[in-house]
Ligand binder design. Structure first.
Ligand SMILES: [Zn+2]
Length: 295
C-alpha cells in the first residue's frame, strides 16, 4: 500500500492510527477564520474551535493519540478551558479523542444516534468497528436541535436526517457566519455516504440544501475533510451530486443492474478526475448512489 493511501485510510479511520503514526509524525495546524473561530487539522476530521471570554467550545476530536497535541494547540489559542465538545457524527476519525477529552472534564454532546452507534459494533465499508468503551460516549444527546449561548454568540447545533450517517449535526455560528458541516461535505471530492450507518444520497443533498438556505456569500464553511469552503463551491458540489443522482436514477428506470451501473463510466465521466482522485472512487460513488436509490 502506498504511503498516500495509508495516510488517507487512516485519516478516515479505516486503519488503525498506529499504522499511520509509524510512517509520519502528525502535526496539528490551525487556521484562523474569525477572531473567535478556528479550524484545526491533523489527521482525521476537521476540528472546529470557538474561543472567547467564557470557555472553549470544540467540534470533533480526531484520534486518541493526537489528544495531547490538540490540547497543546488549543492552549496556544486560548487560556480558557475546553468545556463543551460536539461530535458531528460517530465515525472514529471524529470521536477518537472522546475518552481523553472526558478525562479533561470536557462535556460531550451529540445526536442520540451517535451514542447508539458508538455503543455497539458497526461495519463501515466492510470493516468491523468495535463498540467504543462507555468512557468515550457522549454524555448529553439531542434529537433535533440544541443551542449553546456562550462567548457572546448563539451557536445552533442542528441535526440533518440520513445524510452521511443517521446522526449528523451541523454547527451554525450565527453572528460569526461560520458553519461546520461535518462529513455532510467532503470539499472538492466525492463524499463517503455511509449507507450502513443510515446515510443516503437523498439526505446528503437535502443537508446541503439546508446549508445553502442558511448561508450567504460571506459564510465560511468548514467541511468534515479538506479545505475551508464557501457557498459558491457548495452549490457546484450540489450540482455534481444531483447530476449523478439523476443519471443513476435514469439507469434504474431503464432496469439496469448494480453491476451494469458499477461498470458504466459515462455516468461519472466529467467528474471522475477531479472528484474521484481521493478517497471515494467514481465506481464506488456510482454503486453507493445506486444502492441508496434502491432502498
Ligand atoms: Zn465520517
Amino acid at each position: 500500500m502506498s504511503l498516500k493511501k495509508v495516510m488517507l485510510l487512516s485519516a478516515l479511520g479505516f486503519i488503525s492510527f498506529n499504522t499511520l503514526s509509524q510512517k509520519r509524525e502528525v502535526k496539528i495546524t490551525s487556521k484562523k477564520i474569525t477572531n473567535n473561530i478556528y479550524m484545526l487539522q491533523g489527521q482525521g476530521g476537521n476540528i472546529g474551535l470557538f474561543v472567547g471570554d467564557d470557555s472553549v467550545f470544540m467540534i470533533d476530536d480526531q484520534f486518541a493519540p493526537l489528544t495531547n497535541k490538540i490540547l497543546t494547540k488549543v492552549k496556544e489559542i486560548s487560556n480558557k478551558p475546553i468545556k463543551y465538545l460536539v461530535n458531528t457524527h460517530w465515525h472514529g476519525d471524529h470521536t477518537g479523542g472522546n475518552e481523553n477529552m472526558k478525562k479533561n472534564d470536557v462535556l460531550i454532546f451529540s445526536h442520540e444516534n451517535v451514542r447508539k452507534r458508538m455503543s455497539a459494533d458497526q461495519t463501515v465499508r466492510g470493516r468491523l468497528k468495535k463498540a467504543s468503551p462507555k468512557e468515550a460516549l457522549p454524555v448529553i444527546t439531542f434529537t433535533n436541535d440544541m443551542n449553546f449561548h456562550i462567548n457572546g454568540e448563539d451557536v445552533l447545533v442542528s441535526h440533518v436526517h440520513n445524510a452521511h450517517t443517521d446522526g449528523d449535526a451541523h454547527i451554525y455560528f450565527l453572528s460569526s457566519n461560520v458553519i461546520h458541516m461535518g462529513d455532510t461535505y467532503f470539499q472538492g471530492k466525492f463524499p463517503f455516504i455511509d449507507l450502513n450507518s443510515g446515510g443516503s444520497i437523498k439526505g446528503y443533498i437535502e443537508s446541503i440544501n439546508k446549508v445553502l438556505l442558511l448561508s450567504n456569500d460571506e459564510t465560511v464553511i468548514i467541511p468534515g475533510h479538506r479545505s475551508l469552503s464557501n457557498k459558491a463551491e457548495l452549490k457546484v458540489y450540489k450540482k455534481m451530486l444531483i447530476t449523478l443522482r439523476d443519471r443513476v436514477q435514469e439507469n434504474i428506470n431503464k432496469g439496469k443492474t448494480l453491476a451494469e451501473v458499477s461498470k458504466d463510466e459515462s455516468i461519472t465521466k466529467e467528474y471522475k478526475e477531479e472528484y474521484g482522485a481521493w478517497f471515494i472512487s467514481a465506481k464506488e460513488m456510482r454503486e453507493t448512489i445506486y444502492k441508496s436509490l434502491q432502498k
